[in-house]
Ligand binder design. Structure first.
Ligand code: K1U
Ligand code: ZN
Length: 173
């Protein structure tokens, strides 16, 4: 297993639609393991393949927050939202590709998602709470959408400029 570097916004790969996964191979299983390791190390509660520069439709997540509750690492291939609640909820979001920036985003409170598992089987589950926020945020990454795309242009521009500055500083070392 290995840690993969996380791309920082702005990067064209974070604005690009990812391609469906055709088959569950050893390469895909290794990718999922690397993504989970990278997510836990960050630390984060989710990660989408484009964030590590891999343009395939795979996300990982573990939104268990409570101490004493067993972790629930999940890998979802080709995830699809097949139902969204009318009920909407505002929650604060962050992004490992936009470090230390947080903003409130409104999304459906519950979603039903269908995906291909690493076991080669189709799975379906309804998510609510932080899981619902996270799975929608990660599926957005697969479609080249970032949480800042839901913000007013001025706020989005301000965050983008901060990230450009951060990248310049990192490049200088
Ligand atoms: O996709 C990502 O960039 C990961 C992102 C997922 C996410 C967080 C919050 C709301 C929606 C989606 C993160 O994990 S940011 C880091 C974070 O939220 C966190 C880090 C440590 C403990 C708990 C949360
Ligand atoms: Zn993100």
């Amino acid at each position: 297993m290995s840690l993969r570097p996380i791309l920082i916004h702005p990067d064209p790969r974070l604005k690009t639609q990812a391609a469906p996964i055709e088959a569950v191979t050893d390469q895909i299983r290794t990718l999922a393991e690397d993504m989970l390791e990278t997510m836990y190390d960050a630390p984060g509660i989710g990660l989408a393949a484009p964030q590590i520069g891999v343009m395939s439709r795979i996300i990982v997540m573990d939104a268990v927050k409570d101490e004493g509750v067993a972790p629930r690492p999940m890998a979802l291939l080709n995830p699809e939202i097949i139902w969204s609640s009318e009920d909407r909820k505002i929650a604060e979001e962050g992004c490992l590709s936009i470090p230390e920036q947080y903003a409130e985003v409104e999304r459906p409170a519950e979603v039903e998602v269908r995906w291909l598992g690493l076991d080669g089987e189709m799975h379906q589950e309804r998510f609510d709470g932080l899981w619902a926020v996270c799975v929608q945020h990660e599926i957005d990454h697969l479609d080249g959408r970032l949480f800042i795309d839901y913000l007013k242009p001025l706020k989005r521009q301000m965050i983008t400029r901060k990230m450009q500055k951060l990248k310049r500083e990192k490049a200088r070392g």
